[in-house]
Design a protein. Structure first.
Lengths: 465, 392
């Protein structure tokens, strides 16, 4: 047991959780001040930031603020350091806090906001906003702490020594599965605690929220606070979304090497799509089937554990006679990613099922619709958009995944994310930029294809009339 | 309304029309079946685990359908013990054709030409990072480059550290993330670097003096985008695997750009992240492709001769190979990185011709390079055959 690295991990996770919650709180306040298109834009920015792959952000930051970066002198600390790692991880995780806190406020009873109209500025934040968001703050802090604790790729690229890396290195050196799994207990405790806490205090996702009274909110918050959260929010969005995407899209090397990168990685890119799409589809399907039960809750620890650990467990289980067809083929990646992301799939499907129109479901049942028929005629027509959205989120998670598949990827099944991770390990490079752009293209492809299909279907129906 | 219409599609008995026969929906119950599968799958899985508890045996050698090589021999396996590897990154060959391998754990291991483990040692410092490139000099010593320490180590074949050199920096003559090295026929040492300085530098034997620097960052002729492995031919020309430009560049011994070949892709003749290159006495160039997991052999005229391997784990197949080396018999040694093993491709023996290693005082590995077929540039007055050594 390397206590120093464990302490390092806890410090990184603690610092990231604190910073991310503070910034998320600021952005949530800013969100509450905005209305209309501005609010939608900021919400979209939060979601886009949360959806960015970690290595893309790291790549951009290394290019701009690394040892030879054009903005190196602007950064008051060394990027390849504990501070650098904390700041980068914070830039990845603050949207979780922002969205949860924002949801908590929007779900609050409107009468609460009108209880004391004379509350202003700091008192308004202290006595009203903070208490209303306390549960959401605690939940997001816990979530971010666990996610940061088990994050592996960012610290590994920035050469910051943390405990999951110790597990990875130890396993790679000794190939002792039992020892690696035994050493992982600190990484297991925190996810289990989180799952236990969230089971008692479930997250209230922003569904069916009431619209807040923005004008009154702004007045009570006051000009000083509005300026503060506006500036803080702008800096956060700049650092975590605009800078990475701007660097990626504006760098000349991204475009000059794009053709070469595509030509050299065509097979890998197509492989990435398959490796992401199949587990996403399988997870949604299994999640939907498990949704009426509570079995899926048991899978949450698998999601919150370091992916490296799941990889080690799968090597232990599948590297055997008789299972070689799984272990040495792309099936092992399908299995790993499906298992890893089944919990969010189950949770998402459960929420979607709860949103189904009970009258329609009952009508279907009374009409004799069961099993497949109920799915095709009752559930799917109602839940199609949400299920597709859930599938897309899982597709993105699988597409970005490096940690789960890093140890188990069979020959010829390397994904684009893994290739970027491997190349990025040796520093920033124009080729990495081009590969990140390719990966973003692959991420957006389903949306594009979906839009085209919907338009074509609409056009054909219109033509048929 | 469309939803309701769908729901109300029923049969005469008032039950919804089924898209599946009753055996699926009625007899067992579709959902029950699924639940059963959840129970049965783990049970079957557990049964499989109980009945099978050892990894599949993989053959250690396999014949190849190649013009140049007759068989592939697997050396080592995944592990941390003697004779085992964890992502071998670089291979080298000494004057007696012994094989040296450095892996991701920073261990150097020495094997006999037939693959028996002989000895091993740990690199003294690995905190900042592990050693990568490897070559042998005219005296048969092993040269190992450590990128994160910006230095080159000279080891005796028994693992004794003889000499270290290298000053960290980006100026000419200094080293910044040196990646690989190659020893020219005159003993000069070429060192490729990446990240902060895209260049290949040439030093006098022993690294005592800086001679020249080749290249800068870019994708034009003579420019590099992460130069990885390098090789030198008999004339002292430098061959650089320009990995992220997906091409090979050739320079004269004096550092002048001569030519380039290769383009990105996965078709024969195209390249995806070439990581290493070696040149035999006949001018054949062996290119190790990390991205396509294969070895491509190009002729003196840079035309493709053949493609060896592809992604896979059987002998003769590769998984992200990092490095290659040629021994005196023309056998090719491959660091098959993600398969955690080394492979030795044995040269077809019936056409092998060799030069006398004692004739010019050079090391056996350099002097006895293979000259095959009509492309030989070697004098027949200086050849000998050594067929016996090739037999596995």
């Amino acid at each position: 047991m390397n206590w120093t690295l464990l302490l390092n991990s806890l410090l990184v996770a603690g610092a990231v959780a604190s910073l991310a919650v503070a910034l998320g709180f600021a952005v949530a306040v800013w969100l509450a001040c905005l209305r209309g298109a501005a609010r939608s834009g900021l919400l979209a920015a939060c979601i886009a930031t949360a959806a960015l792959p970690p290595f893309l952000v790291v790549n951009s930051w290394i290019d701009l603020f690394g040892r030879t970066g054009s903005l190196h002198l602007w950064l008051p600390y060394e990027l390849y350091s504990f501070t650098g790692c904390v700041v980068l991880l914070t830039s990845l995780f603050w949207p979780i806090a922002a969205l949860l806190i924002h949801a908590a406020w929007r779900q609050a009873n409107p009468e609460l906001w009108e209880a004391d109209p004379e509350l202003r500025g700091g008192a308004f934040v202290r006595r009203l906003l903070w208490p209303q968001a306390r549960t959401a703050i605690a939940q997001s802090a816990g979530l971010i702490f666990v996610l940061a604790l088990n994050q592996f790729s960012v610290p590994a690229i920035l050469q910051v020594r943390i405990y999951p890396e110790e597990l990875w290195v130890r396993f790679n050196t000794t190939f002792n599965h039992v020892e690696a799994l035994a050493l992982s207990w600190p990484m297991v405790i925190f996810p289990l605690l989180l799952v236990a806490v969230l089971a008692r205090h479930p997250i209230n996702w922003p569904r069916g929220m009431r619209a807040g009274k923005t004008t009154e909110f702004r007045r009570q918050l006051g000009g000083g606070w509005r300026l503060l959260v506006g500036v803080a929010g702008s800096v956060v969005i700049l650092g975590s979304l605009i800078l990475p995407l701007g660097q990626l899209l504006l760098a000349e090397s991204t475009w000059s090497q794009l053709f070469g990168a595509w030509a050299a990685n065509r097979a890998t890119a197509l492989q990435s799509i398959v490796v992401a799409a199949v587990p996403a589809l399988a997870s949604v399907g299994l999640g939907w089937l498990l949704a009426p039960t509570r079995l899926g809750a048991l899978l949450w620890p698998v999601y919150f554990l370091p992916g490296v650990l799941l990889g080690i467990a799968l090597i232990f289980l599948a590297n055997r006679k008789g299972l070689d067809w799984v272990y040495s083929s792309v099936a092992i990646l399908f299995l790993a990613l499906t298992v890893r992301y089944l919990a969010p799939a189950w949770y998402g499907a459960r929420l979607i099922r709860r949103g189904l129109d009970r009258d329609l479901v009952d009508a279907g049942r009374l009409s004799g619709a069961q099993g497949w028929q109920r799915w095709a005629l009752v559930d799917w027509p109602q839940a199609r958009p949400q299920l597709l959205a859930l599938g897309y989120v899982l597709y993105l998670l699988c597409l970005w995944d490096v940690e789960t598949i890093n140890l188990i990827v069979p020959a010829g099944s390397e994904t684009l994310a893994l290739r970027i991770f491997n190349l990025l390990h040796y520093g920033h490079n124009g080729e990495v930029n081009a590969l990140c752009l390719l990966l973003l293209g692959i991420a957006l492809a389903p949306l594009l294809v979906g839009t085209i299909v919907v338009r074509l279907l609409a056009a054909s129906k219109g033509g048929g009339r | 309304m469309r939803r309701k219409n769908k729901v109300q599609r029923t049969n005469a008995q008032g039950r919804a029309k089924s898209h599946f026969p009753n055996s699926c929906g009625g007899l067992v119950g579709w959902r029950l079946g699924i639940y059963w599968s959840f129970v049965l799958c783990p049970l079957s899985f557990a049964l499989l685990l109980l009945t099978a508890c050892a990894p599949k045996d993989t053959p250690s050698s396999r014949s190849l359908e190649s013009k140049l090589f007759e068989r592939a021999q697997v050396i080592g396996e995944r592990g941390g013990g003697a004779g085992q590897f964890n992502k071998p990154r670089s291979v080298g060959v000494d004057r007696d054709d012994n094989i040296f391998v450095i892996d991701m754990t920073g261990r150097v291991q020495k094997f006999s030409p037939t693959g028996e483990y002989l000895l091993g040692w740990q690199m003294p410092e690995t905190d900042k990072g592990k050693a990568k490139g490897m070559s042998t000099d005219r005296d048969g010593n092993l040269l190992l480059v450590e990128p994160h320490y910006a230095r080159v180590n000279h080891f005796a074949p028994d693992g004794k550290l003889l000499h270290q050199w290298g000053v960290n920096g980006t100026n000419a003559g200094q080293l910044i993330f040196p990646r690989a090295l190659a020893v020219a026929p005159d003993g000069a040492i070429w060192v490729s670097e990446y990240a902060f300085a895209e260049r290949v530098q040439k030093f006098s034997p022993g690294g005592t003096n800086f001679i020249l620097s080749v290249g800068s960052s870019g994708n034009g002729p003579g420019e590099f985008n992460r130069a990885e492995g390098i090789g030198v031919d008999d004339a002292g020309n430098l061959y650089a695997a320009d990995s992220c430009n997906h091409r090979i560049q050739v320079f004269s011994a004096g550092g002048q750009f001569l030519r380039e070949y290769g383009r990105p892709g996965n078709q024969p003749g195209e390249m995806s992240y070439p990581y290493d290159i070696r040149v035999d006495a006949a001018g054949r160039q062996y290119v190790c492709e990390f991205g396509n997991s294969r070895i491509q052999v190009f002729g003196l005229d840079d035309k493709l001769i053949e493609v060896i391997g592809g992604a896979g784990s059987a002998p003769g197949m590769f998984n992200n190979p990092w490095s290659i080396a040629l021994d005196s018999q023309g056998n090719l040694i491959v660091a098959d990185s993600q398969n955690h093993r080394v492979q030795k491709l044995w040269r077809r023996r019936e056409r092998a011709e060799f030069r006398d290693p004692k004739s010019d005082g050079r090391s056996k590995a350099e002097g006895r390079k293979v000259a095959l077929g009509g492309a030989s540039r070697l004098s027949h007055s200086k050849v000998e055959t050594n067929i016996g050594r090739i037999v596995v």
